[in-house]
Design a protein around this ligand. Sequence first.
Ligand code: GLN
Length: 491
Amino acid sequence: MIARTLIELAGALKRREISSVELTRLYLDRIERHNPKLNAFITLDPERSLAQAKKADARIAAGEAGALTGIPLAQKDIFCARDWRTTCASRMLSNFVSPYDSTVVERFNAEGAVLLGKTNMDEFAMGSSNETSHFGAARNPWDTERVPGGSSGGSAVAVAASLAPAATATDTGGSIRQPSALCGLTGVKPTYGVVSRYGMIAFASSLDQGGPIARTAEDCALLLSAMAGFDERDSTSLDRPKEDYSRELSSEKGGKPLAGLRIGLPKEFFGEGCAQDVMDCVTEALAVYRSLGAETCEISLPNMRLSVPVYYVIAPAEASSNLSRFDGVRYGYRAPEYADIDDMYVKTRAQGFGDEVKRRILIGTYVLSHGYYDAYYLQAQRVRRLIANDFSEAFARCDLIAGPTSPTTAFRIGEKIADPVRMYLSDIYTIAVNLAGLPGLSHSCGFSAGLPVGLQLIGDYFSEARLLNVAHRFQKATDWHLSRPAEFGDV
Ligand code: GLN
């Protein structure tokens, strides 16, 4: 059962080969067995999950099942879920039980999906390795001495080790795509505004976007169809007709399913900065795309090199504002001892936040302060526009852009945590996509020394269905996405 994709599991539920309670129990048993080693989940509540599964079974029996009814899903611990502890992997929210559902959770509940547990992540989604979590690092199932990537590390580990058939994640600068790459999975970061941010704890509001991580593009399409859509409770949610992201997947176009597709290869992605083993896998994957009928051409994104510095002005600026709400009064943790109210704020924030979060608050406050605002924040916003313009010019020449997702395969736990700038460079290929608000997808495209390598596809606004279809064609022609780590391959 656990080797099956989400779509196959949905079929098994529909045909009554297995009940949702049995399926949920199967995953909960695996979590019990493997989570102590992998640390993929922060909070579990098996009784609550099984009660939801029981309801799903009743719905299936009544013939009222939807595509996801009875499917257990892991939720990144950044999505509020009613009566579930929702920590964002911070000490600050370590005792916070959400009184309401985020839109994403609400939509999955309405579909009858089962919430299997809340997954580990970098604290407030700040990180690329899951090592900034208050609850400790999650471990990559392909090599447990290595990081799974971040910030959605726990979600990627859960899916890669078959502790969940799929999971939700969020991506501010790469946090869906990079862990998908490092764990051999498929992950989609949608166009900004497609998935509601209501109830998704804010890091950098103009960049944050939720999306799915699963084994296949087909599964991601199904999940995204449930997650996406207008929500009046999020002022940046886009009011567009609801889409079926699976719509292009079944249309067979004969022998060359990608005939005529123009894939742009930015020279900035294929120069120095990328490890040779990653580049070799990406090059081979591009040959597969050509064999499916796609054409490739060189393009340029000249301002790409500015994306990491620009991001590390804008994201901390927004974070410093968003995180001001954690003051010991309204949410979560409060320092146990203090002299007066100012001392209470200071001690609460000093004790409640970890080092990386504090670093971002300090940088953000600095770049927004009088005298530096123009030099840093405004300047960064201007360059952000140039980066977005580079993409629009590129999409006049090609239908989508491809390159590596991450410059290396999974690195060792502890290798980069003491050097923030090296850690920040993990996202050199992903961050620009958030700055421009575009959709991006990562799918596995090979292995190097037993570790997965990811290929990134970037599309123009609202091209999710096309990206998913293109990745699906690749997955029909290859089987990288089916590989599972041997150590966690038991049933
Ligand atoms: N690694 C980036 C950061 O640390 C991106 C994180 C994310 O996408 N949430 O901010």
